[in-house]
Design a protein around this ligand. Sequence first.
Ligand code: HEC
Ligand code: HEC
Length: 430
Amino acid sequence: MTPSRRSKFGLVCVALLVAACSKSEPPKESTEHAQLANEAVADDAVPADVRARIDADLEALFGTFEAPRFAPLDAWKDVGFDPATDAFGRGDAAAAREAFARSAALRFGFELDRVHVGDFEGVHLPEYALDLLLRIRARAAELPREARDADARAEVERWIVGWYPTLAESASLYRVQCAKCHGARGEGDGPTSTTHDPRPRDFRGGVFKFTSRVSHAKPTRDDLRRVLVDGLPGTGMASFGGLSRAELEGSVDYVRWIAVRSGVEKELLALYELDGELADDAANEAYASVWSDWLRADSQAVPVPTPTPDATSERIARGKALFLDATKGNCVQCHGESGVGDGPASYTLEPGGAHESIKDDWGRAIRPRNLVEGKFRGGRKPEDVYRRIWAGINGTPMPALGESKDANGAPLLSEDEIWCLAFYALSLRK
Ligand code: HEC
Ligand code: HEC
């Protein structure tokens, strides 16, 4: 697969990060994603014919927001990847389908009860499952109620438990469940978005905060699904755990569709800005390159040592010392001595003495978390917090301590020190 193309993305964000982390010790590396999240590519500089060409390329690869699709790539045959069936995993597809069916049986229990007694007309499904509903209605119309024998009933049951939304259906699910916050086109600007702090995610940058991957890597399907199932405590992002597995995966498909599509768009605009032209195969190359970033995430897990050591009082005490130590964790600079998020690097001092909040990569004020409140959005198990400290939080000033090096280029923190910090962070909860 084409390796990720490095464009000039890296450069601008150094300035952004320097501004955001002016007082932070472990300097965050320059990142492609930070710039992607923040910088609207100046597409007014793009001539109309180039813009039209990009729009046509995007439509060929992705369809439209109403009729979304993913164009298949030859290279995927070698790696056994197909976005349309990716939800079933690349392992035991039969077992996966079984799990999906079990989840659908719970979610659509009422509907299955109707089918079971031959009442096909009594089946009501969400509007985004319209195709399935129409199929059931059609079957009802052609088969009189008294003729709906066990075979006919089992057939319709199989349709319901075997339903997996198309991308178009998932787009429609998204419009029902997510667009009011995340915006019709995933720009994070839905009608209720302004009432939320933090704001709903703008999916276009492909930047996700609470992943199980190394910093700046894309999230896996599991990461995105986990956010949907657990929600993000202390934010507007509630749990969607009531959805079936198929609906959850469909939502993951559509979030990825938005993010990958915009990734290709931004890459094309940036290429044009860089070279003043677009090669014939630019769109396909950008498509392969953006997808390869997403697929690479599978091999970019944060290395969490097992087993989890015991959270002894000795380890918690060492965690506290590391938290306060300016040459080690130095969490205190942001999270403050008591962990409530009021450290000296939680704001910048402007000329004239005004306090200015630090910003996230979307340009909004952000506060270091009040750890005393005990809300852990990436999960509250020790290994979840270990991961968070190791990989940081993408799009925010929270640094990746597991990737930080000391002056000699050795890891700044040992595995055990990161455990100690995780235990201490967890112990702060009142
Ligand atoms: C009531 C508003 C609201 C609704 C409805 C909502 N979200 Fe969110 N969502 C948020 C907010 C706010 C955040 C950002 C939280 C943060 O930055 O910590 C978020 C974040 C996310 C993230 C980013 C997670 C990460 O690790 O960065 C994903 C993915 C997501 N939402 C998907 C969805 C999907 C899919 C739906 C519909 C099924 C949905 N959301 C519905 C408010 C909402
Ligand atoms: C440069 C500032 C900064 C430093 C240094 C920093 N953090 Fe953070 N931290 C943040 C911000 C900002 C957030 C909230 C990000 C968000 O939720 O969007 C956060 C969030 C967290 C969370 C919440 C994670 C979750 O799953 O919700 C934990 C735990 C945490 N930090 C621990 C630490 C520890 C331990 C250290 C030191 C090793 C540290 N932080 C250093 C800024 C910082």
